[in-house]
Design a binder for this molecule. Sequence first.
Ligand code: GLC
Length: 509
Amino acid sequence: MEKNIKWFENTVFYEVYVPSFCDGNGDGLGDLPGVTSRIAYLEKMGVGAIWLTPFYASPLVDNGYDVSDYLSVDERYGTMADFDRLLGAAHEAGIRVIVDMVLNHTSTQHEWFQKSCENQEKYRDYYIWKKEIPNNWESFFDGGAWEYEERRGMYYYHAFAKEQACLNWSNPEILRECMEILRFWLEKGVDGFRLDVINFLKTDKEAFLKNNPEKDGTQVHVYDKNQKGAREKIAALSALVHSYPDTFLLGEVGDDDLQTIQSYVGENLLDAAFHFNLGSMEKWDEAYLVKQVLCMEKAGIHPTLFFSSHDMKRHFSRLCGENVEMAELLALFLLTAKGVPFLYQGEELPLADVRLENSSDLKDAQGRYAYEKLLSAGVGEEEAFSYAKERARDYARALIDWRHWEESTVENSQENSLTCLYGKLLKLRREYEALRRGKYGEITLSGRRLYFERSCGQERIAVTMDFSLQGWDISPKSRETAKPEKEKDILLAVRNESGHIIGLVEHLT
Ligand code: GLC
């Protein structure tokens, strides 16, 4: 029995983007009964936990990241009874469930916002209201971050869409309200939360007096995130969450600086930060990958590992050029490297990006915002579309039609399919502690061949990946390991079309 190990350190997560994972009632939108119907699939694959994106009542301007009632299920996704069934089925299958919690902002349809607009005393300071626009801050989508509201006769602040008003975290009432929300879901038995954009909380009134700087014509978000006082709020949320046994608190920390990311993680803060230094790779570069791994080691980060999420293009298209052998190597890395892996729905099949042909394909708020902003600035439709296409996050959000993938389950699919490889890797990770929690030994990149070792106690595992995809015959001789090359040491080999090994996991002791 491993001592003092929190379950999440041993777990592979699978992101379920509720609107597009599985449609249980044939209305074209994913829903909770759909998710429940796939639990057996996830169990067979060997997933340890799912992260469920927002399914609360919402106008769905940002696919549920604009919550209008945190304590109810949006009827398009199902009912509270459907949620209870989903949670029960997952737990029965040994799969934990963490739910996304959007506490930085609410939908402008939320009762709090409506009452705040009416200037009702209790709700007056729930949001950030100013008589005049106080700074140059831009929304993280496109355009200004301040919107005029007629009823109140003031501007309110929104870091994302104008329908997502930011809560005023310098008001202690907000913490109290949010704790109630978390308590509600903890009492239901969820295993934890993913806190959306948690380093964006507006906790410092003074920060609003400062303008963000610009670099190369683009605003740099400096004062509108990582504000003084945010960690205290997170600590209070963490204390509540961890007062329930065996819970996990993950926070999405939008920042490039590893020290900053790490500063939100700790005993009394987040258990882990969802950060983007691997996910934000635009094109494949193993040297960049190694550099990131080494930097994360140096910063003492226990990283979250992912190449895809609902906010980016799928890595099968973006990084692999839709080449399955390459996708196999990325899976090999994700599931043997140090950190907490987060798989994104469908990467195991593998799914490719959807193609955006014209402006009617722009469903995502970020893409639509960019498009409309350019049109209103007089830019032509074609040019506006080609810019907005790059901002849109629709690529990885197409509804999965599972009928096309019936054969692609770990048990049905062919031995050498990608789905099957995910299953095998998940199994290996469960079997070998060194893969789950081992420290890195040697990490080398020679040419396009990456080699690393991980060890835990006496257990030593070596992983080799040849990103040239040319592979080698039997063993990666260039590595010159002293040990004899015995077939039985090989835990898993990935071969290319010509039968050469391109990926290898070996047991060294
Ligand atoms: C997070 C979510 C993203 C959403 C944004 C605003 O980054 O992952 O989908 O648009 O927060 O809530």
